[in-house]
Design a binder for this molecule. Structure first.
Ligand SMILES: O=C1O[C@H](COP(=O)(O)O)[C@@H](O)[C@H](O)[C@H]1O
Length: 264
């Protein structure tokens, strides 16, 4: 039976941040209980700012509400082939918005950036990043796909997610875990991205999409047949109820698909 994704819409950024925090910490606590670490795949774009707001907000004393950054292993769902201090780098974005702001007492995550030695060869960069995932998730012979504890994804106004763009032949990839892109329709052109099978294999998959600029694409993804073949719609179709969308009211204005408001 097909189980639909969860669509949550919150009235204000504080409400969204609070609920995203509790969702992320649930995933963290289950993962640490299961295998002592929390393996997360993160995106760039608007996500790191919202994530920082969720994770760095004032702590409670509840043992289940503690961000255990020392046990976090952070990978990139997609990355641009630029130096790590370049304005277009998703690593730099995450560093500026979140990593550099983590207070010492919250611990330090282990972060896996791209190898900038391969900036001119995106195929090699993708292969090297895949090797990083293989090391983390055991050998490719024994693990068909890496299973992130949580994938934190964005959705562009054209429906792209990670660096998987609408109509791209990369959406048909069934074997590779990480793919090169040399002609991204959104600059910069050279990137790497996890493949669709990896993006849909997460134990939990959360999209964050906020603001009125996302309302048309949200309507397409959730309310139209064609929306199902957009990259973000494909994640919905394959991930089913392992997928949760964290949105605000302007982003879902006019969306018919039932959304839950207020709290998880
Ligand atoms: O280019 C990218 O865009 C997407 C979506 O960004 P957003 O600002 O519309 O949320 C992002 O998820 C991806 O990581 C990034 O490389």
């Amino acid at each position: 039976m097909v189980k639909p994704p969860n669509l949550y819409a919150f009235a204000d950024p504080e409400d969204l941040a609070r609920n995203l925090r509790s969702f992320v910490l649930d995933a963290q606590n289950v993962a640490i209980e299961r295998h002592e670490v929390f393996r997360v795949g993160v995106s760039g774009g608007s996500l790191p700012k919202v994530l920082a707001k969720a994770l760095l907000q004032s702590k409670s004393s509840s043992p289940t509400d503690q961000v255990q950054f020392a046990k976090w292993r952070i990978f990139f769902a997609d990355e641009r082939a630029v130096p790590l201090d370049h304005e277009d780098s998703n690593y730099k974005l995450l560093k500026d918005e979140l990593l550099d702001k983590i207070p010492e007492e919250m611990g330090k995550p282990t972060v896996f950036p791209i190898d900038v030695e391969y900036l001119d060869d995106t195929q090699e960069m993708a292969d090297q990043y895949e090797k990083t995932l293989v090391k983390e998730f055991a050998s490719r012979d024994s693990v068909k796909l890496p299973m992130f504890d949580l994938l934190l994804l964005g959705c562009g106004p054209d429906g792209h997610t990670c660096s998987l763009f609408p109509g791209s032949p990369l959406l048909r990839e069934t074997d590779a875990w990480v793919l090169p892109i040399d002609n991204s329709p959104k600059p910069p052109p050279k990137r790497i991205t996890i493949s669709l099978p990896v993006a849909t294999h997460g134990i939990k998959i959360a999209f964050v999409a906020t603001g009125g600029g996302k309302k048309e694409i949200m309507r397409q993804i959730f309310d139209t047949e064609e929306g199902h073949s957009l990259p973000s719609g494909l994640v919905n179709s394959f991930g089913q109820d392992r997928v949760s969308w964290f949105t605000d009211s302007p982003a879902v204005d006019g969306v018919q698909f039932p959304s839950r408001r207020g709290s998880l």
